[in-house]
Design a protein around this ligand. Structure first.
Ligand code: FES
Ligand code: FES
Length: 208
């Protein structure tokens, strides 16, 4: 029976020998795999200790649909909770609350993002767009209009997330292909069977 040959360039230093050599050298092994002498470690400047946040409420400023909102929330409050429960913006929907259905999709700096998986604290200084921010006064966004024209919703629970996922793709690719439109909502679940009409609406906007 033939044995598997060891490639010529395989290093012959085993993990055990490496650790042994390191301890004999009186050093320590850093996370990057470097040997750092104790005296060098002593010389290193002390790292600043970050100020802990919470557990009580902290001030958070969110830029939502072009408007600044200052609120006080616990550090573990998600963007979805901040929108719905602290700001009364209930257009963003909660279904799974676990990053699985994409009903809670909003745009963060133009990227479709699940707001149930995003801490409000982490999106300070970023531009957040929710479904409430799409229409310009009484003029609907072309996607919103296309959803109506193509009868692309039933219960409507998935609709804001679907529209914002499509919006992110169409902003990047105004003439998105049917494949790109399909991929845009691949992570969004519709339990009412409206997906074929949702795709028709997205494709209609892509075709102008
Ligand atoms: S509610 Fe956020 S992914 Fe389902
Ligand atoms: S329209 Fe009801 S879940 Fe999509």
């Amino acid at each position: 029976m033939s044995k598997t040959k060891k490639p010529k360039d395989t290093p012959s230093v085993s993990r055990r020998n490496f650790l042994k050599a390191a301890s004999m050298a009186g050093g320590a092994i850093s996370a990057a795999g470097l040997i750092v002498a104790p005296r060098d470690r002593a010389k290193a400047a002390p790292r600043p200790i970050p100020t802990p946040l919470g557990p009580g409420p902290v001030e958070v400023t969110l830029d939502i649909n072009g408007q600044k909102h200052v609120l006080r929330v616990e550090p573990n409050v998600t963007l979805l909770e901040a929108l719905r429960e602290h700001l009364g913006m209930t257009g963003t929907k909660r279904i799974c609350d676990h990053g699985e259905c994409s009903a809670c999709t909003v745009l963060i700096d133009g990227r479709a993002t699940c707001s149930c998986m995003t801490l409000a604290l982490d999106v300070q200084g970023k531009k957040i767009t929710t479904i409430e921010g799409l229409a310009q006064g009484k003029t609907l966004d072309p996607l919103q209009k296309a959803f109506i024209d193509h009868d692309a919703f039933q219960c409507g629970f998935c609709t804001p997330g679907m529209i914002l996922s499509l919006k992110a793709t169409l902003n990047k690719h105004p003439h998105a292909t049917p494949e790109q439109i399909k991929a845009a909502v691949a992570g969004n679940y519709c339990r009412c069977g409206a997906l074929p009409n949702i795709l028709k609406a997205g494709n209609a906007v892509a075709k102008g």
